[in-house]
Each structure stands twice: as structure tokens, then as C-alpha cells.
Design a protein. Structure first.
Length: 248
């Protein structure tokens, strides 16, 4: 492909991807599947959007301090909303935190009390940091979230800024929903983008939504949503916070 052709593809890709996520994502037609394959390849070719990242890359990023901003006070709005949802919607005795990183959410949950917390992350560097302050009721696991199978259920399963990295986020959301107790909830946090809006739009068509929160910052916004096995009330909240993370 000539340099001119590559430039045309790069420039055309963004609006085409937006159209796919707005109208075709989650569809089972031949057109939807073909467009999905093209968008996935386009995103991967230039590391655009929220493409899957290997463990070595995550380890390097945590080792270099790339994610140190997650410890800033400005991040507490999102983590606080996740912790509050787990308390409000579930018994919150047992928590599975997928994409736990260095265990920041665990620190907020610990003050609220729980019987068992399991944190899962692909990065061994992040998990090593989290284990330094682990309590007896805490367990941290280095695992690929797309294949992780705990063999137990939890009151709250939190997909913490990781669902949009998965190859099949819709199937993975359903898989993790099956890991919740009958009175539990699946709680999802994602940085807002065309892909994450599409993921939530399809999930909300498939399953009753118990809660939805949008947290805004000058760099963008987070979308938080909770799903339960039965019918739930809808909550929409906008809250300003000083900063928000850049899309990963």
C-alpha cells in the first residue's frame, strides 16, 4: 500500500469506526461482523482506541509510574462511586475487583467492611504492589481477566476500567454477571469513548440496568453502570471532578 493510501485509510478510519460503534456494534448481521473485523484491525494497526495490551506492556507501564495518577485525590470520585454502588446495591460481603491494579478500590472498600476481597490484574508488578498492604481477607491474583475463572460467586463483581480492552466485551460482561450472587451486582467503570458508549448501550438492551453514573472531568468522563439479576431503578448523576484519566 502506498503512503498516500495509508494516509487515506488512517483519516477515514476514525469516522468509520464511530459509525460502526454507533449503529452496528453488537449486531449479528454479516455487515456488522465484517465492519467489526475491519475496525478491530484498524485500531490494532495504530494502537488506536482501547485495544488489548499484553502483560509485559502493563508491567512496564506500572514500573515506570505511568499509572501513578490513579492515586491522586482527583481519582477518588470514580473509586468512591464504585464503592458506594457495591454498598448500595449488594450485601457487599464478597467483592471481585477485575482490573484491580495496585488495589486502590480495595482501600476504600476496607473502610466499609467486607468478608472477602479478590483483586485480579494482568500486571504482576501491580499485583505485587497491592499485596504489600493486603489484609487476611484480601487475595490478589495475576491472571488474564478474559479467561479467569474463580470457581465462586461474589456479591459485587467490579469490572474496573478493563472491559473495553477485552476482545469480546459483551460476552465477558455476561460471563462475569454469572459470577454474581442472586442478590449481587455487576458494576462496570469505563472511560467514555465511542466504544464504551456502544458497549453500555448493548448491555442495557440485553439486561435491566440498576444504576448508571457519569462522572465528568476536564479531560473527559467516566461511565459507571450496575446490572442486577432482577429489575432495578435507574439513577443518573453528573458530578464534576478536577481531572479524569486519558483513554488508555
Amino acid at each position: 500500500m502506498s503512503s498516500l493510501s495509508r494516509k487515506i485509510v488512517r483519516r477515514a478510519g476514525s469516522p468509520l469506526a464511530r459509525l460502526y460503534y454507533r449503529f452496528l456494534f453488537g449486531g449479528d448481521s454479516g455487515l456488522a461482523r465484517a465492519c467489526g473485523r475491519w475496525v478491530t484491525a484498524w485500531e490494532a494497526s495504530g494502537s488506536r482506541g482501547d485495544v488489548p495490551v499484553d502483560a509485559g506492556t502493563w508491567d512496564d507501564q506500572y514500573r515506570s509510574g505511568h499509572w501513578s495518577f490513579l492515586h491522586d485525590p482527583s481519582e477518588l470520585a470514580r473509586y468512591g462511586a464504585l464503592a458506594a454502588s457495591s454498598q448500595r446495591l449488594t450485601p457487599a460481603r464478597t467483592i471481585l475487583d477485575v482490573g484491580c491494579g495496585e488495589g486502590i478500590l480495595r482501600e476504600l472498600l476496607r473502610d466499609r467492611g467486607y468478608q472477602r476481597y479478590v483483586g485480579v490484574d494482568l500486571s504482576s508488578v501491580a499485583i505485587e504492589a497491592a499485596r504489600r498492604s493486603a489484609a487476611p481477607e484480601d487475595s490478589f491474583v495475576v491472571a488474564d481477566a478474559e479467561t479467569y475463572a474463580p470457581g465462586e460467586t461474589f456479591d459485587a463483581v467490579v469490572l474496573n476500567e478493563c472491559l473495553y480492552y477485552f476482545h469480546d466485551p459483551l460476552e465477558q460482561a455476561e460471563r462475569y454477571m454469572r459470577m454474581t450472587t442472586p442478590e449481587g451486582a455487576l458494576i462496570i467503570s469505563m472511560f467514555e469513548s465511542p466504544r464504551t458508549r456502544a458497549i453500555l448501550r448493548v448491555l442495557e438492551r440485553r439486561r435491566p440496568r440498576a444504576e448508571r453514573v457519569r462522572l465528568e472531568g476536564h479531560a473527559g468522563a467516566w461511565l459507571l453502570a450496575a446490572f442486577q439479576h432482577g429489575e432495578g431503578a435507574t439513577l443518573q448523576l453528573t458530578s464534576d471532578s478536577p481531572t479524569a484519566p486519558t483513554p488508555r
